[in-house]
Design a protein around this ligand. Sequence first.
Ligand code: ADP
Ligand code: MG
Length: 395
Amino acid sequence: MVKKVVTDLDLKDKKVLVRADFNVPMKDGEITNDNRIQAALPTIQYVIEQGGKVILFSHLGKVKTEDDKADKTLRPIAERLSELLGKEVTFVPETRGKELEDTIASLKNGEVLLVENTRFEDIDGKKESKNDAELGKYWASLGDVFVNDAFGTAHRAHASNVGIASNLESAAGFLMDKEIKFIGGAVDEPQRPFVAILGGAKVSDKIGVIENLLDKADKVLIGGGMTYTFYAAKGIEIGTSLVEEDKIELAKTLLEKGGDKLILPIDTKTTHEFSNDGVIEVHEGVIPSDQMGLDIGPKTIELFTKELQGAKTVVWNGPMGVFEMTNFANGTIGVCEAIANLTEATTIIGGGDSAAAAMELGFADQFTHISTGGGASLEYLEGKELPGVSSISNK
Ligand code: ADP
Ligand code: MG
């Protein structure tokens, strides 16, 4: 289904409810990284330019008790947003009631209001997180149209995304639209050849992603810690490498299902213990009993580079090694370089650590799309329907 985008809505004179993702990292009441606020600006600015009244909703962290409120207020976000927009942002320290309703009633076209943390509604009965029907209806009653720009929560059905969308005409914001186009597009109708690269720590975190991409992609390259569970399934000695004994049978099934499509590393960078300071060795095939694999080896980088050549769509989730340690970052760097050299391909990163790795290693500009949602992008790659996306009005 093709979803409405904010540009499909008539916004002039309208009270426009916007669900943004302002779930930013904070320390001692200070915002430590405002990327997510910056990412929400295009949609907010568009609504302002179109002469709409912007009423913003977001969650921040988890709120379980009254005591959590002081740390989880959105007030600092209103201040930062105001600086970034160069415009006053009215903050209402409530999630419902007369003050909120009166302030909305007095908003003029182009003005911006931020409602308090939607999860303050979780203290009494988890109304936000359980998508309480009355709450979604109430919030929807505050506006004329709804724009959902919070991809990071799209895998959850909450009152502030699905609840509001169920009661109002709605559309995707620019950020959400990009995620739908790139991740949804890659998984549902990829340009071929379509190569997926999957790594990260564990098979168990990625079962759904591996299964779905084995179906959809032309090739699936495996790296990272999950490699060794596949090695074990093939009867290859893995030393003290990370392994999930209870997933070896599953790995066997995936190997069978994958056949030639599924490509495992051919060499491994190993060391004695989980540390950046030990002696490093490279082994092809069998890993000695006192060694653990912490990265793919140089021949694998070469192999993966070759397998990526000519790809038209590349989806990457999960670092190839323990990239946080400089001695084991080469595999991830090598894959980033190989992807950067693909000029004809749509290249997409999904997953929190993978996105962080690409940015830290200096490759952020080399990808067509870096997904902003950790859990949401994984579930999207699994081929699951995301309630936050499906609840948006169809075109
Ligand atoms: P994402 O968040 O992108 O989905 P994951 O959380 O699955 O990725 O995996 C990231 C983690 O996997 C990193 O912290 C990295 O150190 C770890 N990892 C990668 N390779 C290995 C390995 N060989 N052994 C142990 N951990 C690994
Ligand atoms: Mg992770």
